[in-house]
Design a protein around this ligand. Structure first.
Ligand SMILES: [Mg+2]
Length: 161
């Protein structure tokens, strides 16, 4: 098994939209926690909110597929983000990633999966046949040492193409 994100960026707003559009991408499947929102906060930062509006204005469709099992939380996120949110998705399993494709009415090759976890978000997107972008976790500077160790371990599986 080798996790190979198409691109690695620090923050979602660093994603090159022109490059994606020219490569045929028309839709985003976002991870939620630590990708577009800090976990358990229910707070959407202005820069991310503005960026989500910008990608919509440029013609991209978006959906969130999250492994977060808390229904009230994913429903709140849906209202806040104003894009559909599928929770409890069990990534890297593909069931709900396929569901997301149906909702967006796009093919895997028209999709980019964006997330902070190599073994769930990126591995799932890769198996879907989509492009993938790995972002740094939004809260990486506040994490517990043990979590940092786990993330470092996960990065051992990653080779950028
Ligand atoms: Mg995440």
């Amino acid at each position: 098994m080798l996790v190979k994100p198409t691109r690695i960026v620090e923050h979602v707003t660093d994603i090159n939209l022109t490059e994606l559009w020219e490569s045929g991408v028309r839709g985003f499947i976002f991870d939620l926690d630590n990708t577009i929102m800090a976990p358990h906060t229910g707070i959407l930062e202005d820069n991310v909110s503005d960026w989500l509006k910008q990608i919509e204005a440029q013609g991209f469709k978006s959906i969130v597929v999250s492994n977060n099992p808390l229904r009230f939380y994913t429903e709140e996120a849906e209202k806040l983000l104003n894009i559909p949110v599928i929770g409890n998705a069990g990534k890297p399993r593909r069931k709900y990633l396929y569901r997301a494709l149906e909702i967006l009415n796009l093919k895997p090759e028209q999709i980019v999966v964006v997330g902070d976890r190599p073994l769930t978000d990126i591995w799932g997107g890769q198996r879907l046949g989509a492009k993938t972008i790995l972002v740094d976790p939004l809260t990486k500077h506040q994490e517990h040492v043990f979590v940092k160790f786990l993330r470092k371990l996960e990065r051992c599986f990653v080779h950028q193409s």
